[in-house]
Design a protein around this ligand. Sequence first.
Ligand code: SF4
Length: 354
Amino acid sequence: MKHYIIPIFVPHKGCPHDCIFCNQKKITGQYKEITSNDVEDIIYEHLSTINKNESYIEVSFYGGSFTAIPLSQQNELLAVAKKFLEQGKIDAIRLSTRPDYINHDILNNLKSFGVKNIELGAQSMDDDVLKKLCRGHTSEDVKNASRLIKDYGFNLGLQMMIGLYGDTEEKDIKTAEEIIKLQPNFVRIYPTLVVKDTYLEVLYNNGFYKPLEIDEAVNISKKLYKMFVKNNIYIMRIGLQVSEDFTLGKNVVAGPFHPAFRELVESKLLNEMIESIIHNYFSETDIVNITVSNKTLSKIYSDKKKYFFDMLKQIDSKKIVIKQDNALETFEILFETDEKRKNMSLFEFISNEG
Ligand code: SF4
């Protein structure tokens, strides 16, 4: 089944907060207010291109803090999605919001419209960082909201950012540990980018903020990836969605921007796995055949084979021969010599690590 998301952008008019990395003025200025007719049109437009029998279809309200907009507007938009849900034309409704806009009344209302997944922008679980970001909520708010969402039986998603103003790698790891304790169903990891017309841009231009380099962001994300995999938490996304406006040099001023950031992280992990298995399971004289699917190979070779070449430097490059077999699962790697055979997926490898 292909997971298909129908995105509905709900511009957050007059968000009372001013997070230093967000340029909500630009966002709210760019988009007109959305109506129930718009929602209906968007859903129909997407459905006309989807094969329902082969797809799991979710309508997703995103673009800020859904439950912070007036209740009447929330209900107007949700009613349309609910209609499609009841008709069996879509399978689920999801939305994202802030942790301080979750309470019993809000959750009861969302339940009545059949919402399934609620994502909270946690960003950090370090209160000093949250204060520096002017988020307007604390880590305790994230914990309370998360527990409540789970108590009500919704699927919980938590979003975190790395490389924030006032952040360190240790704080990012600590944030991931706190998130794991809350047992979300899924997470998203966003490396912080300096976006045009934000206070973060001012800090950056005046030398008070230094964004992560791309390698640093990949390294931290790699560690978080392993932590979430070990704890069976699904990683829905790593890195921001790229749009025409949202590219380096346009609205992104600086930071670890890459159009396929997740691929970089997975490439690094796959190449480290190959290196470790070659070192630990095979002898100096072995010539090891490494078989992977096309999809896995493109991950291994990601970013002009950057991490692949790093891995070759660590082993004797003559020792491996890469082969392709699409019968293998994505992330599954088969290592073979005439005498030895080892088949392992990246997730197994991560889970078995100490
Ligand atoms: S990140 Fe969300 S809560 Fe913060 S200013 Fe932007 S829209 Fe408002």
